[in-house]
Design a protein around this ligand. Structure first.
Ligand SMILES: [Zn+2]
Length: 253
């Protein structure tokens, strides 16, 4: 289980002379992972997207020469989960402001490229806002923020399909997909005995309701998908597929 990240990549584990040396040697890209604290069904912890963002950032950094990984931001924009206990959430403008503030400090010690790596779809508006503000306020910094996409990555879905997992099982939230990833990254936090299917219909038909009314209106247990066939080894492959697809885009950037 679990992934490790060499100390040379992990900003929070480096000393300042080590950061200075790394930057001088060309490590001028920072990956900022963004998570969330929101319900993930009766079987996954509220920090699921935070755990996944960190896991993905480690894998991406391993594929990108000259990338440092900043500490994950554990609270995102999650109001679509209102009504479920445990929610913490920021307004999009607040999260964007946190990103802009951190970016300003990064530029001061030599960072030239910032990768906003979110594992939570609801952060999309804040990322777009931050990217827009940074383009005007810090033009020396190049910012990469993927489009907000509620649908899973194609490379990841290809892994699922190849294993006989339907998109409805894989799901959009706490289904087979996210459950497999947490089983790989933090199996100690998965309550497998509490796992139950949620909404398992066409995901495309509920997107509008999700945006307007939130998950509670669609799924009483908070799950979109079916975690029954989740598997740690497949979670490992999902993370690899996503990191590989992102690395390809970023290497061309
Ligand atoms: Zn999630």
């Amino acid at each position: 289980m679990g992934d490790t990240m060499t100390t040379q990549r992990n900003l929070a584990h480096l000393t300042w002379p080590e950061v200075a040396r790394a930057v001088a040697e060309g490590a001028t890209t920072v990956i900022l992972p963004l998570g969330a604290t929101e319900q993930h069904g009766p079987h996954l912890p509220l920090g699921t997207d935070t755990i996944r963002a960190e896991g993905l950032a480690r894998r991406l950094a391993a594929r990108l020469p000259g990338a440092l990984v900043a500490p994950v931001l554990p609270i995102g924009c999650s109001d679509e989960h209102a009504g479920f206990p445990g929610l913490l959430s920021l307004d999009a403008a607040t999260l964007a402001a946190v990103i802009v503030d951190c970016a300003r400090r990064m530029v001061a010690w030599g960072v030239t490229r910032l990768v906003l790596l979110s594992a939570h779809g609801g952060n999309g508006q804040a990322l777009a806002l931050a990217a827009e503000r940074l383009r005007h306020e810090l033009p020396v910094l190049r910012v990469w923020a993927p489009e907000e996409r509620l649908a899973p990555d194609e490379a990841v879905l290809a892994v699922a399909t190849g294993a006989g997992i339907t998109p409805q099982e894989f799901g959009l939230h706490a289904g087979e997909g996210e459950t497999s990833e947490v089983l790989w990254l933090r199996p100690d936090l998965v309550r497998a005995e509490a796992a139950a299917a949620g909404y398992c219909g066409e995901m495309a038909t509920i997107l509008d309701t999700l945006r307007r009314l939130g998950l509670k209106a669609v799924t009483p247990n908070g799950v979109l998908g079916d975690p029954a066939r989740a598997l740690a080894a497949r979670g490992d492959r999902y993370l690899d597929a996503r990191a590989g697809a992102l690395a390809k885009e970023l290497l061309a950037w």
